[in-house]
Design a protein. Structure first.
Length: 187
């Protein structure tokens, strides 16, 4: 399974200007700093939805695609059909592992939200791998966005799952939590 970026939409200047609009200020000048970008992403203010990522998986197992289409807020999915009349193969003979093409258009808020669930160790390893591929590619284009896309336990500072994996007790968790929080109010 591979993932590639098809395009990035919106600009950080547009995000900054939308933020200024919400506080009744005129548009600004220049490119916002990475520190400002991280802060606005951590605050999750609505203008972050102006940044969009378009990407596509090839050979994604159908059942993994099924996990991902459950996310709908701020993301649109386009999944290759398994319809018999379109593929020439009777769909009742296709396995859940049958590969599909899965394309997404997602805004920055959706990337944050999906990461919370799909980076969790309670998610299927294959689904985590598929989502990690997205974030690896996002990091090439928008590293600040990728830096705030974390598992639920890091995002909240504790594990809210009914049955915890115990990761929140590890030293690595504590280090990741500290690194994530370092973008909040400069600490």
């Amino acid at each position: 399974m591979q993932f590639r970026i098809k395009g990035v939409g919106g600009t950080w200047r547009e995000v900054a200007d939308a933020c200024r609009t919400t506080i009744n200020k005129d548009i600004g000048q220049g490119e916002p700093s990475d520190e400002w970008k991280r802060r606005v992403l951590m605050c999750e203010h609505s203008p972050i939805r102006k940044i969009t990522i378009k990407g596509i998986w090839s050979d994604l197992p159908y059942w993994v695609s099924n996990h991902l289409v459950r996310h709908w807020l701020g993301i649109v999915h386009f999944v290759g059909t398994q319809r018999t009349d379109r593929t020439g193969v009777d769909r009742k003979y296709k396995s859940q592992d049958a590969p599909v093409i899965h394309e997404i258009d997602a805004n920055a808020q959706a990337l944050i939200n999906i990461s919370r669930k799909r980076l969790c160790t309670q998610a299927a390893p294959e689904t985590r791998e598929a989502w990690r591929k997205v974030l690896d590619k996002v990091a090439e284009y928008e590293p600040v966005i990728a830096s705030v896309c974390v598992a639920e336990c890091i995002y909240r500072g504790f594990c809210p799952e009914f049955k915890t994996c115990g990761y929140e007790q590890s030293q690595l968790y504590k280090e990741q939590l500290k690194a994530y929080r370092s973008g909040i109010n400069g600490h």
